[in-house]
Design a protein around this ligand. Structure first.
Ligand code: ADP
Ligand code: MG
Length: 291
């Protein structure tokens, strides 16, 4: 009944869980598939720079470009490259900034094109990478951290890696979801090794850990699921928006991009993965009360 749903929405709201539509409870009461984004959803989304190899004179350009971007990687690079104030490039010299969702960012500084992004950027932007940096990049990727390449014009000038912490409650949440009959997987824009390292640490089956995905790949994965089954997407990024909108239930997490909040039917206004579990348990109770 509408009243029961309204009461359930109120209860969820009191726990910081905003439920935008009533059918959310019906969907979440029946276990199906739940796909989770990695960066910012299963991890804290507070990245830090681990290693940097190559031409350090490109640092002010990276900093100037990433200063314009809202993304955990951008935040980490601006903070940890720690470019001294007198070396900083003013924002007015940075033009034509373009984000390539799931890949990285490009812009022009003093007539030079600067690209910062995943190793897929090399193919995407037709970049040249020398042997020594190529080797370094392979080692960083193998280590399972988030590897990022930096190019000036069409040549890779540096490579670096960033790390993030797994959310403290993620392992427990995954275990509880599986106990309740949900099939849990990861959809990540980060490369496969990084997705695997985080996923295996929290007990997700390797065959359901999918990395290197574009925003369209995430969407396709949602569309591929069995239409008779509930498919839930949990994410925080611009790159998750299409998948959030296509899922039976899209859940946007705190701290995420504005567009992800708009695309989702549930918004978690509390950090961590525990609220995911709460809304699912709450839905079962609500639907039982209705019947
Ligand atoms: P996820 O799906 O894990 O949340 P994203 O799709 O946001 O990740 O990003 C995928 C990959 O694209 C990142 O791992 C990174 O390599 C690259 N990337 C995205 N945004 C940026 C950025 N602002 N600067 C550098 N690299 C970026
Ligand atoms: Mg994300």
């Amino acid at each position: 009944t509408p009243l029961t749903v309204a009461i359930a929405q109120g209860r969820a709201g009191a726990k910081g869980i905003l439920v935008k539509s009533g059918d959310v409870f019906e969907y979440l009461a029946r276990p199906g598939v739940i796909w989770l984004d990695k960066t910012g959803t299963l991890t804290e989304g507070r990245m830090h720079l681990i290693e940097f190899f190559g031409d350090t004179t490109v640092a002010p350009a990276i900093e100037a470009l990433e200063r314009q971007i809202v993304h955990p990687i951008a935040e980490a690079l601006v903070r940890d490259l720690a470019v001294p104030a007198d070396e900083r490039i003013s924002a007015t010299r940075v033009t034509d900034v373009e984000t390539l969702p799931g890949i990285g960012v490009q812009g022009w500084i003093d007539g030079e094109r600067i690209s910062v992004g995943s190793s897929q950027m090399i193919a995407e932007a037709n970049l040249f990478i020398g042997e020594s940096l190529e080797h370094r990049l392979a080692v960083l990727i193998e280590a399972g951290d988030t590897a990022v390449v930096i190019a000036r014009q069409s040549e890779v000038a540096a490579v670096c890696s960033l790390g993030d912490r797994v959310r403290i409650d993620a392992k427990q949440t995954i275990a509880s979801l599986e106990e309740q009959g949900w099939t849990v997987g990861i959809l990540s824009g980060d490369h496969q090794q990084a997705a695997l390292r985080i996923g295996q640490a929290i007990g997700i089956a390797p065959q359901r850990i999918l990395g290197g995905l574009s925003p369209e790949d995430k969407l396709r994965q949602i569309q591929k699921s069995n239409p008779s089954q509930t498919v839930v997407m949990v994410g925080d990024g611009v790159n998750d928006s299409a998948a959030l909108a296509a899922a039976s239930v899209g859940i946007a997490v705190k701290g995420g991009a504005e567009v992800s909040l708009k695309a989702a039917s549930v918004y978690l206004n509390r950090p961590g993965t525990l609220p995911i579990l709460e809304i699912i348990t709450g839905s079962r109770k609500t639907v039982r009360a209705i019947r």
